[in-house]
Design a protein around this ligand. Structure first.
Ligand SMILES: Cc1cn([C@H]2C[C@H](O)[C@@H](COP(=O)(O)OP(=O)(O)OP(=O)(O)O)O2)c(=O)[nH]c1=O
Length: 209
């Protein structure tokens, strides 16, 4: 495998762009065209465990991104995809808590998380070369949530921050004030675990500044 001076980031998450910049890697965006249906990828299978789900979704994103690369006839570079999800380990239904569909759903999710410890799982996959399978890791963090009143939840939802984020919160924003402690990776909770991603980039022979 040759060294690579840049990669493609196939993610619409502004947090992932920010975190990738922190790693000093050159990247170009490889985003879906408006006709591409990227939302329907993120539907859990019946009884699917959060770890299996986040890995499967990330590998599906990788396949879609590779197809996109082929159609656009771009020069080759490794492709990075990721997915973040939230789950409550003690939830008997083992529900996978993704992005809230609307305000009511955000209220339901935040009520479930209130006063409890949940897990945030982020899978990262890098396709290192054209005829190689993606290299994939799953990073898991534990997050303690404060006990929230109905008013706290309503105020937080009104801020707009829960939308577009797994578990209906952002640790990097106002949501950080709802979290007394974490165990794991702050960047992983935000959507791209820096340490593990650095290791994947090294394995894919991507040079950094
Ligand atoms: C828990 C948590 C999640 N998130 C975000 C990270 C992800 O952007 C989002 C989870 O959605 P994802 O489906 O992982 O990512 P995305 O839809 O934003 O982008 P793409 O599928 O194109 O890669 O939740 C935070 O920003 N802060 C947090 O504290």
């Amino acid at each position: 495998m040759n060294n690579h001076s840049f990669i493609y980031l196939a993610s619409q998450s502004p947090r992932r762009q920010e975190l990738l910049k922190q790693l000093g890697v050159q990247f170009e965006m490889l985003l879906p065209s408006p006709e591409e249906d990227s939302e329907s990828i993120e539907i859990p299978l019946p009884h699917e465990k959060a770890r299996d789900y986040v890995e499967r979704v990330t590998l599906t994103k990788s396949t879609a991104a590779l197809q996109r690369w082929k159609e656009r006839q771009l020069p080759w570079a490794p492709i990075l995809c990721a997915d973040t999800t939230v789950s409550l380990p003690d939830d008997p239904k083992g529900e996978i808590l993704g992005k809230p569909a609307d305000g009511l759903d955000a209220d339901r999710i935040l009520t479930m998380l209130s006063g409890k410890v949940h897990e945030v799982l982020t899978a990262v996959a890098i396709t290192p070369a054209l005829d190689f399978k993606p290299l994939c890791i799953v990073q898991v963090s534990k997050v303690q949530f404060a006990a929230l009143s109905e008013q706290d939840i309503a105020t937080y939802i009104a801020s707009g921050e829960p939308f577009g984020k797994a578990g209906a919160y952002g640790i990097q924003g106002l949501g950080g004030s709802l979290i007394p402690s974490i165990e794991g990776s702050y960047s992983g909770i935000m959507g791209l675990p820096l340490h593990e991603t650095r290791e994947l980039l090294n394995r894919a022979k991507v040079t950094r500044k």
